[in-house]
Design a protein around this ligand. Structure first.
Ligand SMILES: Cc1cc2nc3c(=O)[nH]c(=O)nc-3n(C[C@H](O)[C@H](O)[C@H](O)COP(=O)(O)OP(=O)(O)OC[C@H]3O[C@@H](n4cnc5c(N)ncnc54)[C@H](O)[C@@H]3O)c2cc1C
Length: 526
C-alpha cells in the first residue's frame, strides 16, 4: 500500500513523483511500462529519431486518414523513464498567453495565463537567468543551443528578409517572430524529466520506481479507485493507493486505461462487454494534434547535419559535448499569423539544417535543409477508442486530420510563406534545387495534394481526457476524474485545446500545478 500510485514516468509522471515525494511522510509508487533511460541515443540530442520504432517507442499507427489519401500515420511515443521527454526534439516553446486564457475561460478556474505562469517559472532553470516571464531556479534546464548550424543563422536572416521580426524569446513578451530554438538540454545533453526531476529524487526512501510495469486496469470499489493492476515481466500484480491513483500515461494511454477500467462512453464500453463504472462520454474524444508539412531544398555546401556522425564530430561530442551531435535538429522556429486579424499566430515554421523525410527514415542522400510548416490551431478533431479489451492491443487512433477545409487553407498559406523564406537572398549561397514539394508544384490544388500525400504529425497529441465542465469534460479543474473518487489524470490529455507551441512545457507545468492541487497548496497568480 502506497499513499499515491502514479502510472507513467513521462513528462508529467516524473515531475509528480518528485514533487509528491518531497514530503517524507508520504509514500509514492511510480509505475513505468518501459525500461530505464540508459541507451546513449536518448542523451545525444541529434540522435532522437534513432529511438523511433525501437523497444523504447510505443510505435503507434493511426487509423487510415480519410483526408490524407487514406494514409496511416506513424505516431512515436516514448516508452521509458522520461516518456516522450526522453525522445522528443527538446524544443522549449510554451505557447501563447491567450491559449491559457482560453483554458481559463472555458470552465477551468485557475488555468488562465496569470495562474499558470508561476508554475512554468517554478519548473524552469533558464540558463540566461530569470525574468518576468521565465524562471531561473527550477529543475528543468532551458538552454540556448551550444553549436548552432551556420544555416540556422541564414534561416533567421532569410525570415527577417521576408518580413518577420526577430523575437527575444517565444515564451517572453512577444511570441510572433523568428528565433533560434531554446532547448531542454544541460551541458549539451538532453534534459528529460527523468534527468531533471526523477534522478534527484531517487535516493528518497519514500519513492519507489518500478519499470517494465504496465498498468492494465484500475482497481475500483464502488465508485472509488483504490489501486492499480499491472503486468510486470509477465506476472500479474496489484498495488493499492490509500490516497490517490494518478494517471500520467499520456494522451494515448491514459484514455485507453480509463476505458479498460470501465470509465468512458457507456455504449462503447458495453459494446466491448466492459462493466461501466462511470459513463463519461468525453474519454478518448477531443483528440487534437499538430500536423506538419514542409519545404525541403538541396544544400550546395556540405555543412548540414548529414555530416553529424563523422568521427571528428563524435569525438567532439564525447570529449566536450559540443558540435552537431548536440543539435536538436529543429534549430529555429518562427511564429506568424496568416490573417492580420487573428488573435494568436496560426502557423509555426520550424527550421532544420537537414532533410527530414518520413520521420528521418527516408532522407535522400547528400545535404539538404527543411522549413517545416505547422498548423497550430487545427479545427479538425479526432477520437481514440478501444479495439479490444486486451490492454496490450494498441487503441484505434483517429485524429481526423484535415477534416476541416480551413485547416487545409492555413497550411497552404504556411507553405507559401515557407517557400518565400526559402527563396530569400540570404539562402542564395546555399540553396540548391527545391526537393519538396518540387518546383512544378505551384497551384493551390497541387499544394493541397502535396500536403495530403506528405503531411505528418508533429508528435503533439492532446485533449483526450480534457478538463472542463461541459458534457465532454473528463476531469474537473482540479484534474479529478468525474464520476469516481481517488483518481486524477495529469498529462497532455487534460489540455482542453491545443496550444500555439510545443506540448512538453505545458505538460510539465500541468504536473507542477497538479502537485500543488494534490497537496492542497495554492500559489498566487502573477
Ligand atoms: C518524437 C517526438 C518529438 C517531440 N518533440 C517535442 C519538442 O521538441 N518539444 C515539445 O515541447 N514537445 C515535443 N514532443 C511532445 C512532448 O514530448 C509530449 O507532449 C510530452 O512528453 C507528453 O507528456 P506526457 O506526460 O503526457 O506523456 P509521456 O511523456 O509520453 O509519458 C507517458 C509515460 O507513461 C508510460 N505509460 C503509458 N501507459 C502506461 C501504463 N499503462 N502503465 C505504465 N506506464 C505507462 C509511458 O511509457 C510513458 O513513459 C515530442 C514528442 C515526440 C514523441
Amino acid at each position: 500500500m502506497y499513499d499515491y500510485v502514479i502510472v507513467g514516468a513521462g513528462s508529467a509522471g516524473c515531475v509528480l513523483a518528485n514533487r509528491l515525494s518531497e514530503n517524507p511522510q508520504v509514500s509514492v509508487l511510480l509505475l513505468e511500462a518501459g525500461g530505464p533511460d540508459k541507451k546513449q541515443e536518448i542523451h545525444i540530442p541529434a540522435a532522437f529519431s534513432k529511438l523511433f520504432k525501437t523497444p523504447l517507442d510505443w510505435n503507434y499507427q493511426t487509423e487510415p486518414q480519410p483526408h490524407l489519401n487514406n494514409r496511416t500515420l506513424y505516431w512515436p511515443r516514448g516508452k521509458m523513464l522520461g516518456g516522450s521527454s526522453s525522445m522528443n526534439a527538446m524544443m522549449y516553446i510554451r505557447g501563447n498567453r491567450h491559449d491559457y486564457d482560453e483554458w481559463g475561460e472555458s470552465g477551468n478556474p485557475g488555468w488562465a495565463f496569470a495562474d499558470v505562469l508561476p508554475y512554468f517559472k517554478q519548473a524552469e532553470h533558464y540558463e540566461q537567468g530569470d525574468s518576468d516571464y521565465t524562471g531561473g531556479d527550477g529543475p528543468l534546464n532551458v538552454a540556448e543551443q551550444r553549436s548552432m548550424n551556420r544555416l540556422t543563422r541564414v534561416f533567421i536572416d532569410a525570415a527577417v528578409e521576408a518580413g518577420l521580426p526577430r523575437t527575444d524569446d517565444f515564451n517572453g513578451r512577444t511570441q510572433e517572430g523568428v528565433r533560434a530554438t531554446l532547448v531542454t538540454q544541460k551541458g549539451g545533453t538532453r534534459n528529460s524529466t527523468a534527468v531533471a526531476y526523477l534522478r534527484p529524487a531517487l535516493k528518497r526512501p519514500n519513492l519507489t520506481v518500478q519499470t517494465q510495469a504496465q498498468a492494465v486496469k484500475m482497481l475500483v470499489e464502488g465508485k472509488r479507485v483504490v489501486g492499480v493492476a499491472y503486468l510486470q515481466s509477465g506476472a500479474k500484480k496489484e498495488m493499492r493507493a490509500s490516497r490517490e491513483v494518478i494517471l500520467c500515461g499520456g494522451a494515448v494511454n491514459s484514455p485507453q486505461l480509463l476505458l479498460l477500467s470501465g470509465i468512458g462512453p457507456a455504449d462503447h464500453l458495453r459494446a466491448l462487454g466492459i462493466d461501466v463504472v462511470a459513463d463519461l462520454p468525453g474519454v478518448g474524444q477531443n483528440l487534437q494534434d499538430h500536423l506538419a508539412g514542409g519545404v525541403e531544398y538541396h544544400c550546395t555546401q556540405p555543412i548540414t547535419l548529414a555530416s553529424a556522425q563523422k568521427p571528428g564530430n563524435i569525438l567532439n561530442f564525447l570529449l566536450f559535448k559540443k558540435g552537431p551531435l548536440t543539435s536538436n535538429v529543429a534549430e529555429a522556429a518562427a511564429f506568424f499569423k496568416t490573417k492580420a486579424d487573428l488573435m494568436v499566430p496560426d502557423v509555426e515554421l520550424i527550421f532544420a539544417p537537414s532533410f527530414f523525410q518520413e520521420h528521418g527514415f527516408a532522407n535522400p542522400p547528400g545535404h539538404g535543409f527543411t522549413i517545416g510548416v505547422v498548423l497550430l490551431h487545427p479545427e479538425s478533431k479526432g477520437r481514440l477508442t478501444l479495439r479490444s479489451t486486451n490492454p496490450t492491443d494498441p487503441p484505434a487512433i483517429q485524429p481526423n486530420y484535415f477534416a476541416s477545409e480551413t485547416d487545409v487553407q492555413v497550411m497552404i498559406a504556411g507553405l507559401r510563406r515557407a517557400r518565400q523564406i526559402g527563396q530569400a537572398k540570404a539562402f542564395d549561397p546555399y540553396r540548391g534545387k527545391e526537393y519538396l514539394p518540387g518546383e512544378a508544384v505551384q497551384s493551390d490544388a497541387d499544394l493541397e495534394e502535396f500536403l495530403r500525400t506528405n503531411a505528418e504529425t508533429l508528435y503533439h497529441p492532446v485533449g483526450t481526457c480534457k478538463m472542463g465542465e461541459d458534457a465532454l469534460a473528463v476531469v474537473d479543474a482540479d484534474l479529478r476524474v468525474r464520476g469516481v473518487e481517488g483518481l486524477r489524470v495529469v498529462d497532455a490529455s487534460v489540455m482542453p485545446t491545443i496550444i500555439s507551441g510545443h506540448t512538453n512545457a505545458p505538460t510539465i507545468m500541468i504536473a507542477e500545478k497538479a502537485a500543488d492541487l494534490i497537496k492542497g497548496r495554492t500559489v498566487a497568480a502573477s
